[in-house]
Design a protein. Structure first.
Length: 276
């Protein structure tokens, strides 16, 4: 009768390998419970997924995505902080920052927060964060959309969409008619009669196009052909803007953000509820 000898070294290595896999699984599980601020997310509570795209002209600056609990602040920052060698040598942030706290109001998702693109100071009483906190507190005390948004001339009511034409392998062309009587076709990147077609998104659940005129934006719903103005955010001293915006889950919306140098940045948001 032969005696079978087990190789303890092999058993030990198998056990070690299984233990490592188990440890990795446990770490992965717990890491998935953390939100943007490092707090443990209660998976039984409703969550909101927010996708944000930042556009400067034809260039996509960033396209971050974040998931947050209702009522919890979530912050996305893509950039770096450094000490400004000039002046008083304070820490300056360069990049994109998007901070939002989602809640539910009247069946819609209410977004409140601030956005920043460029280079500026974040901390201190004259920093973006402190200014944004005070500005949002004042917004909640005000009533009416006219007091919430930066007052800029609008142009959506001057534009009418008449149709769209697409050829395989080429960007779509959109037919527009202005109130002054001018009619024309316009392609992506073209400027006609002071209007520039800066974006066409056919992949979105709500296909749309974005027009720009003198630093202001309007959105064209390519299904309904409705043209609407895009809200401007309330600017903060030194750069950045705050916002208070109601959106419908699963639908996209757009905001216009001013950089510290005055350049306009288009912020495209898609917000949806995530069931626990």
């Amino acid at each position: 009768m032969g005696i079978r000898i087990l190789r303890l070294g092999r058993i030990g290595s198998c056990f070690k390998f299984s233990f490592i896999k188990l440890l990795a699984f446990i770490l992965s599980f717990f890491c998935s419970l953390f939100s943007a601020h490092g707090k443990v997310v209660d998976s039984t509570k409703p969550q909101v997924q927010i996708s944000a795209q930042f556009f400067a002209g034809d260039e996509v600056l960033s396209a971050p995505r974040i998931t947050s609990l209702l009522g919890q602040e979530a912050t996305i920052s893509i950039g770096q902080a450094f000490i400004d060698p000039k002046g008083i040598k304070e820490e300056v942030y360069s990049g994109i920052m998007f901070s939002v706290t989602p809640t539910v109001s009247n069946g819609k998702i209410l977004l409140e927060g601030y956005a920043f693109a460029g280079e500026g100071k974040l901390e201190g009483e004259d920093g973006i964060k402190f200014q944004a906190k005070n500005a949002l507190a004042n917004l909640k005390k005000e009533s009416g959309d006219d007091q919430r948004q930066e007052k800029l001339p609008v142009f959506a009511d001057q534009v009418e969409m008449r149709g769209m034409f697409r050829m395989k392998g080429k960007p779509p062309r959109i037919s527009l008619k202005l109130r002054n009587g001018a009619s024309f076709w316009i392609e992506l990147g073209q400027t006609r009669s002071g209007l520039k077609l800066v974006r066409v998104d056919l992949s979105d659940a709500e296909p749309h196009a974005i027009l720009e005129k003198d630093g202001r934006f309007a959105r064209i719903d390519l299904k309904t052909e409705k043209v609407s103005d895009i809200d401007s955010l309330i600017p903060l001293k030194g750069g950045g803007s705050v916002f208070l915006k109601e959106v419908t889950s699963g639908k996209s919306t757009n905001l216009s953000l001013a950089k510290p140098n005055g350049e306009k940045v288009l912020v495209a948001l898609t917000v949806r509820m995530v069931e626990p």
